[in-house]
Design a protein. Structure first.
Length: 267
C-alpha cells in the first residue's frame, strides 16, 4: 500500500534546515563588512585578509591538525591490534575486557579530562603536545576498536585459514589477507578519531600547555572578548576543504561500470 503521508519528508526537511542553515549563515557572514555578525554592512573580503595575517590562529590550526593526525594514527594501530587480538583470544572475561575498552565513550569528557590532568601531574609529565596526544589517543582508541571489531565479526575466517594451509605464516596471512579486508574499517575509525580529536575542547582544556594551544581552545578563549567574523572565514575555509575531501572520496570510491562485450570488441 502506497504511503500518502508527507510527514517523513517534512521531518527530513526540518532536520536538514536545523543542520545546514547555521552553516550557511556562517558562510554568508564571513563576507560581512561589519564586525557585528547580526548586522549586514555590505560585502567584503577583509576578514579573509585578517585571517591570513593572524599568525596565532594558524599556529593553533596547525597544532590541531598535528594533534588529530598523531592521535588518530596511534589510535588506529592500538585499536586495530586490540580488535584483532580480541577476536582470536578466547577468555572467560573477554566480554568484560571489551566493555572496559569502550568505557571512554560513555564517561563524560570532563571526568576524563580531570583524570588525565591528575595522572600527568602524578607522573610529572609536563603539559603540552605530548600530554595532548596521549589523552586524545586514549579516548580515540574505542572508535577504531569498535569499527574494526565489527568488521572482523563479518569476516570469512576460511580465507585466513586457507592462507595458513598454503604455507603462509600468521604474520604474512594477516598483512596479505586480513589487513586489506579490514582496511576500510580502519580508515573509517581514523577519520572519526581525527574528527573527534580536532573538535575536542574539554579534555584539551585540562591537559594543554602554554605553548600548545589548539584551534577549538583558541576560539573558546575568544568568546570572552567577542568572536569576530574572522572565525567565520576560517570555518568557511575548513567547511570547503571538508566538502572537497568528501567529494574526492566519493569520486575515487565510485565503482567503474563493467564494459559490455561490444565495447570490449571495439577497443
Amino acid at each position: 500500500m502506497k504511503n500518502r503521508t508527507h510527514l517523513p519528508n517534512v521531518y527530513l526537511g526540518v532536520i536538514l534546515l536545523l543542520m545546514y542553515v547555521p552553516i550557511v549563515l556562517v558562510i554568508i557572514y564571513s563576507f560581512n563588512e561589519s564586525k557585528i555578525s547580526s548586522v549586514w554592512d555590505g560585502f567584503s573580503l577583509k576578514w579573509y585578509e585578517e585571517l591570513f595575517r593572524d599568525r596565532a590562529l594558524f599556529e593553533s590550526l596547525l597544532n590541531s591538525i598535528i594533534l588529530g593526525v598523531s592521535s588518530s594514527c596511534a589510535a588506529a594501530v592500538i585499536g586495530t591490534l586490540g580488535a584483532v587480538g580480541s577476536s582470536k583470544v578466547q577468555l572467560k572475561g573477554k566480554g568484560i575486557m571489551e566493555y572496559i575498552s569502550t568505557l571512554p565513550l560513555m564517561i563524560p569528557e570532563i571526568i576524563l579530562g580531570m583524570v588525565f590532568m591528575v595522572f600527568f601531574s602524578l607522573i610529572g609529565l609536563p603539559f603540552g603536545m605530548t600530554t595532548l596526544i596521549i589523552a586524545h589517543t586514549a579516548f580515540c582508541i574505542p572508535y577504531v576498536f569498535m569499527l574494526v571489531k565489527a568488521r572482523l565479526v563479518g569476516l570469512d575466517k576460511s580465507l585466513e585459514e586457507a592462507a595458513l594451509d598454503l604455507g603462509a605464516s600468521k604474520v604474512r596471512a594477516f598483512f596479505d589477507i586480513v589487513l586489506p579486508l579490514i582496511a576500510p574499517a580502519i580508515a573509517s575509525g581514523m577519520l572519526l578519531a581525527f574528527a573527534m580529536s580536532f573538535d575536542d575542547v574539554i579534555i584539551s582544556f585540562f591537559v594543554t600547555g602554554v605553548d600548545s594551544n589548539t584551534l577549538p581552545l583558541k576560539i573558546y578563549s575568544q568568546l570572552k572578548t567577542g568572536v569576530t567574523p574572522e572565525i567565520n572565514a576560517l570555518c568557511t575555509l575548513i567547511f570547503l576543504v571538508t566538502i572537497s575531501l568528501c567529494g574526492l572520496a566519493i569520486f575515487l570510491g565510485r565503482e567503474k561500470k563493467p564494459k559490455t562485450p561490444k565495447e570490449t570488441t571495439e577497443i
